[in-house]
Design a protein around this ligand. Structure first.
Ligand code: B12
Length: 446
């Protein structure tokens, strides 16, 4: 017989990769679902395999580097097919023994929900699920998130989960939990109104080093390398008031000082969204910092948005430049022209941003991309007096560039998502040797 209040365990899985670092990366989606479940009467527990503050690990200051920091790592064998990559491979996150102990000390769940992020991190998801199975052999496990959405069939066949869900979870989570537990409760929020969602349950973490904010969903652009339109086809926007209330909540109740925008298109339709929101933030006079590691659209940077972002306290600003091959731009996106880039940088500088606060992402490793075009991009960004940041291209299923990527790769990308890891420049042959990569990295540093 089912108890009145079922237990649901939510798990953020390990990362298996050549490198990983917490650049303000939190499972916002999973914690949003945890919050909905908690607000609808479920007992919710959370285990974060990427917890940087686990009592077993080194005790570090969560607020150093504005909340960012390294994960613990354990060297593991390289995956099949990548044995020749001249780099170490690791499991990032808490020790396996701690995970087992944490699972054993959790009351037996009725259902386990696991999230996933990068497609090529799926071996970390598999290993996480296998340990959960070992401790709770009869408890159903449901997998969702980005890998589950982008590689549904692969996840259904290889993750070890009992069920694999795709797409945003808010609308269906109560029904799904009800199916597995027999528990039901009327929905207390409107799935079509982001402002009515409860705040993600960041308080389930051991420490809140920073808080990711999602002020909108989806993106009106359809860049050929990006899966945003597949993952979030519906554009939804929150009211400025509800965003300011959330900032106030985390800042006042949990002394959070660093806030990170996860929006795909933060500045799009600025007049109706970012401008009123930034004005509200400024008038609230919070002593906090804002960061946009997920780039903002350059075309939307005006004198006004630049000034408002500076006044609001933006400290890390990343621009989605991607390339300076402006004349061939339609091959990848329609985002920006040379003149627009120049103008945007000028607006940001006039507003008070200095070189170290602004970085322009440059996609590196696109199919057919010439080294010369990356060199040119690095030089142009430097000439404009801001910092170039190489963003290694990962081919993503369901994007326009996927087919070209498959055709140009030295790996069989369709056979296994492991080959889409951007650390190995999957879309290139000899042109992208490790020597070339260090040459480009040095060019950035010079
Ligand atoms: C914010 C963001 C980041 C953040 C960190 C995010 C994080 N959580 O760690 C930052 C800026 C650091 C980042 C970095 C990168 N990112 Co990123 N990022 C995003 C972005 C814009 C939003 C993700 C997000 O949080 N969404 C909001 C939450 C609410 O959604 P969610 O987590 O998906 O959860 C929902 C559903 O999935 C579902 N769900 C989730 N879990 C579960 C579990 C269950 C059981 C169920 C039922 C449902 C469910 O319900 C949730 C609520 O609706 C996505 C694009 C997108 N629109 O998704 C790209 C995206 C995930 N990133 C991508 C890439 C490529 C990168 C980079 C590699 C870029 C680069 N070249 O440097 C880096 C590498 C990161 C790293 N190595 O650490 C790709 C993924 C590619 C891939 N192969 O998988 C995406 C899809 C963008 C794209 N180009 O198409 N990213």
């Amino acid at each position: 017989m089912k108890r009145d209040t079922p237990n649901i365990l939510l798990v953020n899985p390990w990362i298996h990769d050549f490198a990983a670092y917490d650049f303000w990366a939190k499972p916002l989606g999973l914690l949003a679902l945890a919050s909905i479940l908690g607000n609808h009467g479920y007992n919710v527990t959370y285990i974060d395999c990427l917890d940087r503050f686990h009592p077993g690990g080194p005790q570090t200051n969560p607020y150093a580097r504005d909340g960012r920091g390294p994960y613990l790592k354990t060297r593991i064998p390289k995956p099949r097919g990548l044995e020749d990559v001249p780099r170490n491979f690791s499991r990032y996150g808490i020790r396996k023994k701690w995970f087992r102990e944490d699972l054993r000390s959790t009351s037996r769940p009725d259902l386990v929900l696991v999230t996933s992020l990068m497609t090529y991190w799926y071996p970390g998801v598999q290993e996480t699920i296998s340990v959960i199975r070992e401790i709770f052999p009869d408890v159903p496990i449901v997998l969702g998130g980005i890998y589950a959405s982008l590689c549904h069939d692969h996840a259904a066949n290889h993750s070890g989960a009992d069920r694999v869900e795709t797409g945003p979870g808010e609308e269906n989570i109560l029904e799904l939990a009800g199916d597995f537990t027999g528990f039901s409760m009327p929905t207390k929020f409107d799935p079509d109104d982001l402002g009515t969602y409860p705040y993600p349950a960041f308080e389930l973490q051991r420490k809140i080093a920073y808080v990711p904010l999602l002020t909108s969903r989806g993106c009106p652009f359809a860049c050929k390398y990006c899966a945003s339109y597949f993952l979030n086809p519906k554009r939804m926007v929150r009211s400025p008031e509800s965003v300011v209330e959330e900032i106030r909540y985390w800042h006042e109740k949990y002394s959070v000082k660093d806030f990170v925008f996860y929006d795909d298109a933060l500045l799009v339709d600025a007049e109706n969204h970012a401008v009123p929101m930034l004005k509200e933030i400024i008038s609230a006079k919070f002593k906090v910092r804002f960061h946009t590691p997920n780039a903002v659209h350059i075309r939307e940077i005006s004198r006004q948005t630049a000034r408002l972002m500076f006044q609001a306290g933006f400290k890390t600003l990343r621009l989605g430049l991607e390339t300076v091959a402006f004349e061939n731009r339609e091959a990848i996106d329609q985002k920006v022209t040379a003149a627009e880039f120049k103008r945007a940088v000028a607006c940001l500088k006039d507003a008070g941003f200095n070189k170290n606060l602004i970085g322009a992402y440059l996609l590196t490793g696109l199919p057919g991309q010439k080294i010369k075009s990356i060199e040119d991009s690095i030089k142009t960004v430097k000439q404009n007096g801001i910092t170039p940041i190489l963003a290694h291209y990962t081919p993503i299923p369901h994007t326009v560039l996927w087919k070209r990527s498959v055709a140009s790769s030295r790996y069989n990308l369709e056979s296994d998502p492991i080959f889409t890891n951007n650390a190995i420049f999957p879309c290139h042959h000899e042109t992208f040797s490790w020597k070339t990569i260090s040459y480009l990295k040095n060019l950035v540093k010079k």
